[in-house]
Design a protein around this ligand. Structure first.
Ligand SMILES: CC(C)(COP(=O)(O)OP(=O)(O)OC[C@H]1O[C@@H](n2cnc3c(N)ncnc32)[C@H](O)[C@@H]1OP(=O)(O)O)[C@@H](O)C(=O)NCCC(=O)NCCS
Length: 141
């Protein structure tokens, strides 16, 4: 089971404000999309966004740069999933990257009538296995 998602887009003129940088709403939309992909992968079904923790826009992303969105599962509840989402600005010509935004999303798995449904146990098992792998890697230096 994959617990991450990555989206990359070129920042074109229609996506920018009058200062030539990416609209915050576009960044938020891509972040929500990436969180939605992770939660749907992990829960094997539809999900909704229940909560977005405060979002700080740390760096502008300029027209002509790329925005990369990285989402990763960091917690599993009974019906909810916590997903860390970061956006990065990439200057493609220079090959440099800057973190632009980070936020935590809470996504809830829902059934056919929109009521919360349990997240499969496999999701927590997968997170535990990743934590064990990280701890082992740190111990081995
Ligand atoms: C999200 C939603 C399904 C929750 O329904 P609900 O009947 O209130 O469900 P519950 O109170 O049983 O909560 C279900 C889970 O969501 C979590 N949750 C609900 N609202 C939350 C919030 N504001 N912040 C963090 N977690 C929240 C609960 O902690 C619970 O987690 P757990 O099962 O892992 O313990 C419902 O509020 C909803 O449909 N909201 C609209 C979603 C939406 O339209 N999003 C935008 C478009 S995708």
């Amino acid at each position: 089971m994959e617990t991450t998602a990555h989206i990359t887009r070129l920042v074109l003129p229609g996506l920018t404000n009058r200062h030539g940088s990416l609209f915050g709403g576009v960044a938020l939309s891509l972040m929500d999309e990436a969180a939605g992909i992770v939660s749907t992968r992990v829960s094997r079904g539809p999900c909704v966004t229940a909560h977005i923790q405060s979002v700080d826009f740390e760096e502008p992303i300029w027209e002509g740069e790329a925005i990369s969105v990285h989402a990763a599962l960091i917690g599993v509840g009974r019906t909810s999933m916590r997903i860390k989402v970061e956006t990065w600005a990439e200057c493609l010509e220079e090959g440099t990257r800057r973190r632009s935004t980070a936020a935590e999303f809470v996504m809830v798995a829902i059934d056919k009538v929109g009521k919360p449904r349990p997240v499969p146990a496999e999701a927590q098992e997968r997170l535990d296995a990743q934590a064990d792998g990280n701890a082992q890697g740190e111990a081995e230096g």
